[in-house]
Design a protein. Structure first.
Length: 278
């Protein structure tokens, strides 16, 4: 449902894949132009992604903007480059959760992405290489191969991703959500990704931290997304917008749904309507 009265927007928080970028990982020119106009009017921009902090930098280069970064689905939040990328928040996965997923991935042959200190660790072998190639091609991330991921037991990772075929991923999502309940936040993003964060950590949980840091009211935030891992972002913003290509339940959680898809400059449409007031 669209807000009855749109607030003055001071922060735009954007998902990347399926939202800001098109299906070929390109940035529609309309998105760049609308966001540059918003920044000229004093609005801040935050990139909100499940990606690692270093692999978000190329997105900023494409935009040509100095952005706040919500990385790892909210596990790590840092300020803009001009502010020295200072740490606003880091909320890692508890070790008992991480250790469980290390054991499970080894016993069942699944690829587990283990993110620690902005580095990506994983074991190779079996079908894992196929999923490594999928993930690297989408994000540009580089793996550091561990012969035994068990070496990382006892470490709190910023985030984990377990990768599997979509049908298996969906089944594991339901099983692990039931197993861990409130002890971890588990969600889905790309078709093969099961994302694991600390309890109460998602993209939306980063918004109050950023708002407090920059003196912005929570209601002065426009958020745009498309996937399950964007639900918290949309619900936590003053105006939550789902792009037309978002799944039906994501659209249902939003205040407004664009007419355009991510391939057609959906972000520009949202910015024009709620920030530029066109």
């Amino acid at each position: 449902m669209e807000p009855t009265q749109s607030p003055e927007i001071k922060l735009i928080a954007l998902d990347v894949d399926g939202t800001l970028l098109d299906d070929r990982k390109r940035l529609p020119a309309a998105n760049r132009e609308a966001l540059h106009e918003a920044v000229k009017r004093g609005v801040r921009v935050a990139i909100a992604s499940g990606r690692m902090t270093p692999t978000i930098d190329p997105i900023q280069d494409m935009l040509g903007l100095d952005c706040i970064v919500i990385a790892y689905n909210g596990g790590k939040v840092v300020g803009s480059r001009s502010e020295g990328r200072h740490l606003i928040a880091h909320r890692p996965v508890p070790t008992f959760v991480a250790d469980h997923f290390i054991t499970y991935s080894q016993e069942h042959g699944h690829l587990l992405n283990f993110y620690h200190e902005d580095r990506l660790f994983a074991e190779d072998g079996g079908s894992r290489r196929t999923f490594m190639d999928i993930y690297s091609s989408r994000t540009g991330a580089r793996y550091e191969i561990e012969a035994d991921l068990g070496r990382l037991r006892g470490i709190e990772p910023t985030k984990l991703i377990l990768l599997a075929e979509p049908g298996i991923r969906d089944r594991l999502h339901d099983a692990f959500r039931a197993l861990f309940a409130e002890r971890a936040f588990i969600t889905k993003s790309d078709p093969e990704y099961l994302e694991i964060m600390a309890p109460d950590v998602d993209k939306g949980s980063a918004l109050p931290l950023i708002a407090q840091h920059y003196g912005i009211l929570p209601g002065e935030v426009l958020a745009v997304g498309d996937a399950d891992n964007d639900l918290g972002l949309l619900r936590g913003a003053g105006v939550g917008v789902a792009v037309r290509n978002a799944k039906p339940h994501v659209q249902a959680a939003a205040n407004w749904v664009t007419e355009r898809t991510n391939n057609e400059g959906a972000v520009a449409e949202a910015v024009e309507r709620f920030v530029l007031l066109r």
